[in-house]
Design a protein around this ligand. Structure first.
Ligand SMILES: Cc1ncc(C[n+]2csc(CCOP(=O)(O)OP(=O)(O)O)c2C)c(N)n1
Length: 286
């Protein structure tokens, strides 16, 4: 896969995926907007400029793996996988309907491009560790990326997985943390604060990037990927400061938009904001 997308182009893609996600959730009547919008820039940069994954050769043993541990952000993942050719965009019409390949949470047996079924928080790190250990046994050099939410980090299993990862140190195991600090029913400061996160991870012997990266700056995200590629101590973790519901003023940092029905007025107003930012980015690109 060519790795040629500029930061502005990535920003444009991510915003387009937000627009399509908002539209899809409105059409279906439910789905998770907040965590999808939060992860849009990071997931776009991952799939467009980092992961070695080719939809025409999903069986390649040495391809990279991606586990969306915060599985409720499936809507944004589906937009990206569709754009990357894993399935036809018509499938998006079936989102969250019975029999569709696109369920509310990712299903590895139904959806091409999904490496692990997720949705019950807390499993991603353990599964990613298993995948990275399998690569180690098979002497395969690849990356296994786990995208973790801060609510996901509240789960005990996540930390068991981190401890075991730091024990076995499989090469290529990467934890990316979408640190928006808002959860399903409130801010993380009330539900379960995770700070100081970098220090916690370091105390668990994870190789953590010192800087908290702006998870909506494609430039900074790409710089963090460059940093990852230079590391030789595993596992590696990067914390991305993000905004839940990013892109629409009234959904930003608002837990009520974690997963909600989109009413007509919110849809019209929200879409206006998303579209105007998209047009602004497109002008920069020209
Ligand atoms: C084991 C488990 N407990 C509870 C839930 C319900 N739940 C779904 S998403 C969520 C909050 C997740 O917060 P975070 O990981 O920060 O996600 P983000 O804000 O990035 O969308 C909760 C509690 C779940 N899916 N799994």
């Amino acid at each position: 896969m060519e790795m040629t997308d500029s930061p502005t182009k990535l920003k444009e893609w991510a915003q387009l995926f937000r627009i399509r996600t908002f539209e899809m959730i409105k059409r279906r009547g439910n789905g998770h907007w907040g965590g999808s919008a939060s992860a849009a820039d990071l997931l776009t940069a991952l799939y467009f400029n980092f992961l070695k994954i080719d939809h025409t050769r999903p069986g390649l043993e040495d391809r990279d793996r991606m586990v969306l541990s915060k599985g409720h952000a499936a809507p944004i993942l589906y937009q990206i996988l569709s754009e990357k050719g894993f399935f036809h965009s018509d499938e998006l019409d079936g989102f969250r309907t019975k029999g569709s390949i696109l369920q509310g949470h990712p299903c590895m047996n139904e959806t091409p491009g999904v490496d692990m079924s997720t949705g019950a928080l807390g499993h991603g790190v353990s599964v990613g560790l298993g995948m990275a250990l399998a690569s180690k046994l098979k002497k395969i050099k690849n990356y296994t990326v786990v995208l973790i939410g801060d609510g996901d980090l509240n789960e005990g299993e996540t930390w068991e997985g981190i401890m075991a990862s730091a024990k076995f140190k499989p090469e290529g195991l990467i934890f990316l943390i979408d640190f928006n600090q808002v959860q399903l029913d409130g801010p993380s400061s009330q539900v379960m604060p995770m700070e100081p996160l970098q220090e916690k991870l370091r105390a668990f012997n994870v190789n953590v990037m010192d800087i908290t990266v702006d998870g909506h700056s494609s430039d900074q995200i790409l710089e963090s990927f460059d940093w990852i590629k230079k590391q030789d101590q595993w596992p590696v973790a990067v914390v991305y400061k993000t905004i839940k519901g990013k892109g629409i003023s009234f959904t930003e940092n608002n837990y009520k938009w974690h997963g909600a029905q989109i009413d007509d007025i919110s849809y019209t107003n929200g879409m206006k904001e998303l579209q105007s930012e998209y047009n602004r980015i497109k002008k920069i690109e020209l």
